[in-house]
Write a new protein. Structure first.
Length: 188
């Protein structure tokens, strides 16, 4: 009785390591899975630190997007203060305008963070051409993690602001908040 010949077998009867194993069979010992580089070889991408996605955003782009977001928030404050001054400081309406201004600014900030969670971009990131993504799979992080990341920037601040400067020398250009949540900011 004869056995069927393996079409992927090498002429000497040994399996050809350049060919994938038969369906359902594990790769030969010491061989990488099909479609992956060999063990111990450097990755095919050129980014340092193990990031395999699009180019990472430079620090100045991150700062620019944060400043644009703050400018939009302060514009809301400015409109409210101008309206309160126009009404008069002795009026109860001025106090109401100031309270509404603070609520509107808070609402804008939350909306901007939810937008970042769903699209990867705040208003500032849209203008600067950057995007926030999960490091593992390159997907957006979702609204809740986006809001949580904003609170985690407190870690960047309480470290004498070193966390905000960390992307200048970090291989993945991450702040401490980014490292905790495993996020990266890419240039679009």
């Amino acid at each position: 009785m004869t056995t069927p010949q393996d079409p992927f077998a090498a002429p000497g009867g040994e399996p050809d390591p350049s060919q994938p194993p038969a369906y359902g069979q594990p790769p030969a010992y010491g061989q990488p899975p099909a479609g992956q580089p060999g063990y111990g070889q450097p990755p095919a991408y050129g980014q340092p630190g193990g990031w395999a996605g699009p180019p990472l955003a430079p620090w100045i782009s991150r700062v620019g997007s944060a400043l644009i977001d703050l400018l939009a928030q302060y514009a809301i404050y400015g409109v409210g203060l101008v309206l309160a001054a126009a009404v008069g400081s002795d009026s109860g309406a001025a106090v109401l305008i100031v309270v509404i201004t603070y609520l509107a600014s808070f609402g804008f900030t939350i909306w901007n963070l939810i937008r970042q969670g769903r699209t990867g971009q705040t208003i500032g990131k849209s203008v600067m051409g950057t995007r926030l993504l999960r490091e593992q799979d390159g997907q957006v992080i979702g609204p809740w993690l986006s809001v949580g990341r904003a609170f985690l920037h407190l870690v960047d601040a309480i470290s004498c602001l070193i966390g905000y400067l960390w992307p200048l020398w970090d291989a993945k250009r991450q702040t401490f908040a980014d490292k905790i949540l495993k996020t990266v900011v890419i240039a679009k």
